[in-house]
Design a protein around this ligand. Structure first.
Ligand SMILES: [Zn+2]
Length: 99
């Protein structure tokens, strides 16, 4: 696994590891976007496409979209303090919509 180096909202270039900047993006759906990236290392020059997928919720929206049902993540801190916890992947869509 890669280290937790900060890229200031950018992602590491898959070839040289320097920051790759978002040049443009387009929404495919409410939870999926394609992003065009360009490496900022002039000696590399890689340009490519990445996908951004919204997978789960950490904090509920105050203005939820009823058509979006994302699993809820229980953070490690909350799980440690809660008397019982449910693994994030065990929540089905019906349960998530009821929350
Ligand atoms: Zn690069």
């Amino acid at each position: 696994m890669l280290g937790m180096k900060r890229y200031g909202g950018r992602v590491p270039c898959p070839h040289c590891g320097e920051a790759a900047k978002t040049r443009s993006s387009r929404g495919i759906s409410a939870t999926y976007r394609e992003t065009h990236l360009q490496c900022q290392n002039l000696e590399c020059g890689w340009t490519g496409v990445a996908s951004v997928i919204i997978e789960r919720t950490i904090v509920q929206s105050a203005n939820p979209n009823p058509r979006i049902a994302l699993p809820i993540t229980v953070t490690r801190r909350k799980a440690a303090n809660a008397p019982t916890s449910t693994p994030a992947n065990d929540i089905d869509v019906a349960t998530a919509e009821a929350m």
